[in-house]
Ligand binder design. Structure first.
Ligand code: SF4
Length: 338
């Protein structure tokens, strides 16, 4: 039964050192801002630091993010898992989650994870199109994505599949197909990352040579809004959209180009409401006033990032008011024109 307690992830970044690949878009050291794989002692320090600031009664999960957890030597994995396990035994965390590559999954590796309270495994599948995976230097195939996802499910873990948009060679069709594959493989959650050009990556070289064109910010947000809708309809939770500002890009020092925005999800949510508001018959009569009611938690998205939706509607009405209504949920809305 799902718990009503607030949930906190305690992120522990595992940088590229555990990974023998060089995906064209990745410079994990710059994104995570860390140079080396944390030791067991580091894990304890990171977790204790987070526990000190999080509400005691909240549900907490240690999340080994970044890189390729199951690609680490077994002894290293055990050390990190043992450090996390101590917090579990003391009742201070509820579970562990980790992210890894699809080609670093096999039954033996999953059996090790089963010995610990690992609940969720996130696979960075990125795309289900082989030509995109190949151009992106991923070093695995769409078939490997499928096999790994099935193994994770069979072993009884919760499955989260991470995808990227705007990868070299990728089209909207490829990205919609990837979303459909994620849904059909039974993922309970997803993360969607628009591809960014980061300093020091192979993609930066391609970009500077004019061989790679990143997505425009609003195009990427429009596409991701469509993906969010698709995932929500299939009850796949969209856990994250875009790179988090704390992940080393907020000052733009590592960012060369691409659709990065600290409020990326807000822009996508704005566009989801923008689509819904197409049901409103436009008046082109400045004497008519529009009132829109939405769930209180959706008010900002309905008005829109930088009032995008409100300003568009103001081209057609004398005034536009947004009112919170506790009877409405998510993106439900009602409207009246007087
Ligand atoms: S597998 Fe992950 S860590 Fe390794 S290069 Fe690719 S994106 Fe970076």
């Amino acid at each position: 039964m799902p718990s009503n307690r607030r949930h906190f992830n305690i992120p522990v970044f595992i940088p590229e050192e555990g990974c023998r690949f060089q995906c064209v878009f990745c410079n994990q050291r710059q994104i995570s801002g860390r140079q080396t794989i944390p030791t067991a002692k580091d894990v304890v320090a990171i977790v204790e630091q987070h526990l000190a600031t999080q509400p005691v009664d909240a549900e907490k999960e240690i999340a080994f993010f970044g890189g390729n957890f199951t690609g680490l030597p077994i002894e290293r994995q055990k050390q990190l898992l043992e450090a996390a396990y101590d917090f579990y035994v003391k009742g201070l965390i509820r579970s562990i989650r980790l992210s890894t590559r699809p080609d670093s999954i096999d039954t033996e590796k999953l059996a090790l994870l089963k010995q610990y309270p690992v609940k969720t495994i996130e696979l960075g599948v990125q795309s289900f199109s082989d030509h995109v995976l190949q151009k992106s230097g991923r070093g695995h195939t769409a078939a490997q994505n499928r096999e790994a996802a099935l193994l994770v499910k069979e072993a009884g873990f919760e499955l989260v599949l991470q995808m990227m948009t705007g990868l070299p060679g990728s089209s909207v069709i490829d990205e919609m197909n990837t979303a459909h594959c994620i849904i059909s493989l039974g993922a309970t959650g997803t993360r969607i990352y628009p591809c960014l050009v980061i300093k020091g990556t192979a993609l930066e070289k391609l970009f500077r040579e004019g061989k790679y064109k990143p997505q425009e910010l609003w195009d990427a947000a429009r596409l991701i809004a469509q993906l969010i809708r698709l995932f929500e309809e299939a009850e796949v939770k969209v856990l994250r959209v875009g790179l988090h500002p704390s992940e080393g890009l907020i000052n733009g020092s590592s960012l060369v180009a691409g659709p990065f925005h600290p409020a990326f999800r807000d822009i996508a949510e704005t566009l989801l409401f923008n689509d819904k508001f197409r049901q409103i018959p436009l008046q082109n009569d400045q004497k008519q006033n529009l009132t829109i009611k939405v769930a209180p938690s959706s008010l900002a998205a309905a008005v829109g990032f930088t009032k995008y939706n409100k300003n568009q509607l103001l081209n057609h009405f004398g005034s536009v008011r947004f009112i919170p209504d506790n009877n409405l949920h998510a993106r439900e809305f009602t409207y009246s024109i007087d």
